[in-house]
Design a protein around this ligand. Structure first.
Ligand code: NDP
Length: 289
């Protein structure tokens, strides 16, 4: 168990809104950061049901919270209750971080920037690269916007429901110069799809409960291709296991979780995040999950 944050009359609260919320590991990570920098803040989970979201947002002002993180299922719907949005939040139509600027609520989305930061630490710049994304849900939106803005050459989106992938292409076709295309999941067996891929990202929830990943031509990727699973639990998904068996490099979702949290921390505090303290706390919290 880590030491609790000490609560005094000067403590300000930061929270996370979600439903359910019991699985969140963000309190461990953010409170470790507040402790490391001796900041008078405490981070707590709020179980906010959809019908209560408007009141919960009002409570950010009423209780003078420093801000909140926002998770499933509120990321899209909270947008309508906020006063101002970052360019990324507008593009994604979703918010994962709210900052209370003296009663004016600013919504940002740090998921995409967190994803890019985790690629950068692996020495991968998406500029001029071909990417295959599997999935077309909320997380794909953030990853897709960040990769287009970073200048990827071509992005192929494979999804079980191809219509959802097509809707993403329609929404972001003109955002940059990136060529966007969609394929069905069974095309993942086609080696041609991967011949020039620098990055393959799993943005689906397949593997969360130990399920096998749909057949994919892992060996057809270039040797330097990086396989990235947004899932951060379990540590060894079927997707990552097969990529490792094909001797490809892999990253799991913990690094994105860390960096989106670090960016949120900086938005609230105006200070660089203590990444090592947050990493240690996050790993500890995930081990005890
Ligand atoms: P959504 O519910 O919005 O999307 C889920 C996606 O998974 C859809 O594309 C869906 O396909 C696909 N899918 C679900 N079940 C299957 C299946 N059996 N076979 C094939 N495809 C399937 O979820 P999110 O995009 O918000 O999140 C996806 C995962 O990413 C989550 O598990 C989440 O934990 C993780 N995540 C991690 C983050 C991090 O910081 N590391 C940040 C955000 C998310 P279809 O459209 O056909 O239904």
């Amino acid at each position: 168990m880590s030491t609790p944050v000490s609560i005094t009359g000067q403590t300000r609260i930061v929270g996370i809104f979600g439903d359910p919320i019991v699985h969140t590991r963000s309190p461990a990570m953010q409170n470790a950061a507040f402790r490391a920098l001796h900041l008078p803040y405490a981070y707590v989970p709020f179980h906010v049901r959809p019908a209560d979201l408007a009141n919960a947002v009002q409570a950010i002002r009423a209780y003078n919270l420093l801000g909140v993180n926002v998770t499933v299922p509120h990321k899209e719907r909270i947008v309508r209750y906020l006063d101002d949005l970052s360019a990324e939040a507008k593009l994604c139509g979703a918010v994962n971080t709210v900052v209370n600027r003296e009663g004016v609520l600013f919504g940002d989305n740090t998921d995409g920037r967190g994803f890019l930061a985790s690629l950068q630490e692996r020495g991968l710049s998406p500029q001029g690269r071909n990417v295959v994304i599997i999935g077309a849900g909320g997380s794909t939106r953030a990853v897709l916007v960040s990769l287009i803005r970073a200048g990827s050459t071509r992005i192929t989106i494979a999804n079980r429901t191809v219509a959802k992938a097509r809707a993403l292409v329609r929404a972001y076709r003109t955002l940059g110069d990136t060529q966007l295309e969609t394929v069905s999941l069974n095309r993942l067996e086609d080696p041609i799809l991967f011949s020039n891929a620098a990055l393959v990202v799993n943005c689906t929830s397949v593997g969360l409960h130990g399920e096998a990943f749909p057949p994919l031509a892992f060996h057809a990727t270039p040797r330097a291709c990086l396989f990235y699973d947004l899932l951060y639990r379990p540590e060894q998904t079927s997707f990552l296991r097969q990529a490792r068996a094909a001797r490809r490099s892999t990253v799991d979702g913990r690094r994105m979780l860390l960096h989106q949290g670090a960016l949120a921390f900086s938005l609230w505090t105006g200070q660089p995040a203590p990444l090592q303290d947050m990493t240690r706390a996050l790993n500890r919290a995930l081990r005890t999950a």
